[in-house]
Write a new protein. Structure first.
Length: 78
């Protein structure tokens, strides 16, 4: 399983920086994803961000946050 997690870490690291206009949205994805609405996505689209980029950045932020939480859980267990 560590090979799969290592691959996820590599993918998350390769994502690079998102446009600054996505900062608040991506913070919302990381901290309280259950509150993301269609309006949040539409606002990004109106700022000129493509649906593909929104999707990729959303998945990347969620993945990175999930890995961060996994690392913290492993620290507590050890």
């Amino acid at each position: 399983m560590s090979d799969a997690i290592d691959e996820l870490r590599r993918l998350a690291a390769a994502a690079g920086s998102a446009p600054a206009t996505m900062d608040a949205y991506l913070a919302k994805v990381r901290e309280r994803a259950y509150t993301v609405t269609d309006g949040d996505v539409e606002s990004l689209r109106q700022d000129g961000i493509s649906e593909d980029e929104i999707f990729e950045r959303t998945v990347g932020a969620a993945l990175a946050e999930g890995l961060r939480r996994l690392d913290r859980a492993e620290d507590v267990i050890r």
